[in-house]
Design a protein around this ligand. Structure first.
Ligand SMILES: [Zn+2]
Ligand SMILES: [Zn+2]
Ligand SMILES: [Zn+2]
Ligand SMILES: [Zn+2]
Length: 240
């Protein structure tokens, strides 16, 4: 978990030293984000009047915020402090359901799902969709992803493995074009199928985001993808 966002409001003198040097005074709001980014906002405009992005060090004490990063230095001193506090901070994302482990809400941002309260985190493929169904075993939302077939499985890999599901469907399902081997399902970053006779045969293809709908003339399957119909072998020109 992050140690939160710290804020201070007050009539302050802000001194910035670095690429430009500037001193400003006024009633401002200072925000120190969990990544040590410091933002000083005044009443005008929407941009901060001073800031330091992901500072190496930040200290907040007794109405003073000091941040430094290499040659850059930012100090905000409150002559009159209106208030200061530390608040919880989490990743904001699209709500996808209640957390089964705590009263929090699960949100999806980028390629993972996190709980706003307990911080539980589940990675998921960027092309996965979450449609409101829940895992019968653990209560987490399920994700739907296309890897040769449409597969609906638990967000938690330890509860239900996407890789195992894809193996059940497609391990040894297709022949290698270059030898008599079978193509095995494996993971090298993404899911792919590779010849069982590796390293003698280095035939391998990444599994596209799509559903197998038939056979290509070359013997490999054809996939219906968002980009259209294509052979498992992306270099194969014998498309249907
Ligand atoms: Zn939770
Ligand atoms: Zn589960
Ligand atoms: Zn082979
Ligand atoms: Zn083909």
């Amino acid at each position: 978990m992050h140690d939160g966002t710290r804020v201070m409001a007050g009539q302050c003198t802000t001194v910035f030293e670095g690429s430009r040097e500037r001193e400003q005074r006024g009633d401002v709001l200072v925000v120190v984000k969990p990544d040590n980014t410091v933002l000083v906002h005044d009443a005008e405009g929407y941009q901060p009047v001073a800031w330091l992005t992901r500072a190496e060090t930040v200290a907040v004490e007794d109405g003073t915020v000091t941040a430094s990063d290499g040659e850059q230095f930012l100090r905000v001193v409150a002559h009159e402090e209106h208030g200061s506090a530390r608040f919880p901070a989490s990743q904001a994302g699209v709500p996808v359901g209640d957390c089964p482990a705590c009263p929090g809400t699960l949100v999806r941002a980028r390629s993972d799902v996190t709980c706003t309260d307990c911080g539980d985190r589940y990675g998921l493929p960027t092309d996965a969709t979450i449609n409101g169904s829940r895992c019968d075993d653990c209560g987490l939302p399920t994700m739907r992803v296309e890897r040769g077939a449409a597969i609906e499985c638990c967000l938690d890999r330890d509860c239900e493995s996407l890789d195992e599901r894809v193996k059940d469907e497609f391990d040894r399902e297709w022949p290698c074009k270059h030898c008599k081997g079978d193509l095995r399902v494996l993971r090298r970053g993404g899911l792919l199928v590779g010849c069982e006779n590796y390293p003698d045969c280095d035939t391998g293809y990444s599994l596209p985001s799509g559903v197998a709908v038939g056979d290509c003339d070359c013997g490999l399957p054809l996939f219906e993808t968002s980009g259209g119909l294509r052979c498992l072998d992306s270099r194969c020109s014998k498309e249907a």
